[in-house]
Write a protein that binds this ligand. Sequence first.
Ligand SMILES: Nc1ncnc2c1ncn2[C@@H]1O[C@H](COP(=O)(O)OP(=O)(O)OP(=O)(O)O)[C@@H](O)[C@H]1O
Ligand SMILES: [Mg+2]
Length: 399
Amino acid sequence: MNLEPILVVDDEEGLRYVMTRQLRSAGYTVEAAEDGQEAIEKLSEKQYAVVITDMKMPRVDGLGVIQKANEIAPNTELIVLTGHGSLENAVEAFKAGNVAEYLLKPLDDIGLLNAVVTRALEKRHLKLQNRQLTSELQCAYEELKKTSKQLIQSEKMSAIGQLAAGVAHELNNPLTAVLGFAQFIDEKVKEQAPREWNDEDTNRIMNALQNVVKGAHRCRDIVASLIRFSRSSHAELHSEIDINQVLMDAFVFTEHLLLRQGITLVKNLSQDLPKAIGSASRLQHVFTNLIINAQQASSEGGVVTVTTQYDPNSQTIAIMVEDSGPGIQPDHLPHIFEAFYTTRPESHAGLGLSIASQIVQEHHGEITVQSQPERGSRFIVSLPIAKALETDPPDALAA
Ligand SMILES: Nc1ncnc2c1ncn2[C@@H]1O[C@H](COP(=O)(O)OP(=O)(O)OP(=O)(O)O)[C@@H](O)[C@H]1O
Ligand SMILES: [Mg+2]
């Protein structure tokens, strides 16, 4: 039995009675209305599966009922009752919308009513099912689009990881050789410098050798951090960190670049920041990338401002890197966090922001950007404080 009732609308009392009785005896719940006005009132109050409506009625006619039903009850099927002489009425009704069937008056064979109602209900059922399937399909499509985007992104990242690991591995052997030979030469020269060298020569050569060793050590650190990055391990994500300290470390590497270009670095660091949790070196990488991006976007006389702030409501620390550069075009904005997306010259890989956003995600934080052409850019990293993660530890940070 159908849960939603059928509404019979006819100003002829006899016909209304016959139709109502016939449908009730077929097991339907039926309600009746004397004219279009009453039908519209009923339609505004509840849902009907089917409305069977006469066309010619006082107050509001069938067309009025159809128009109203289309507006407020698009899931209701409409059946039109029309006299032989007014077929153009029926045509008009069909044109007005959701009309599934029509019945000709007089209703010589009342049994026909059941067949027409059954057909209308079947149509309605199919339509509802169709709508449901379409919306499920739409959801599945959206989901698929999202996943495939993530997949492409993570494939790109894993390709970079593999590349980095490969390069690092290849560099390790020659680096060991460079360090080994440097040590060998160092020992030999210390044992006995060639006779034709005076003290000054020896000092210069020892100095040069120390520079070789220092350079090789620096390369080894870079290789180690490449390997760390390619493994993308969560192992060192557990220490409590002072974000201001991480920023100061980042300034050590970046401030001279800004000064050299005549750009001022303004440090607005809040003195009472709670501790965050994670990897200081990886976060330093994020801030260094943002500051270098700001520097690259700025010209002489520009200002780069780095601000830290604690928001007790969300229990997050916000780190903002702002510049007074040319800003980002609206059509570039959706892409800047993608791997290999760059609007800069060929020497840029377009990796800075995609790596930064990966690291921030590992820390259960968020990175966003606000920018308008000619009005500078502001990158905001927001990180949960350590205490917030203690009470509600996200999976990756949980012990
Ligand atoms: N502060 C900024 N001002 C204006 N545009 C920016 C800024 N930061 C990033 N962008 C835009 O976002 C793009 C992507 O930045 P991202 O750091 O990922 O790559 P990149 O700087 O181009 O290359 P890489 O970082 O690998 O050297 C940049 O090419 C640039 O178009
Ligand atoms: Mg960059």
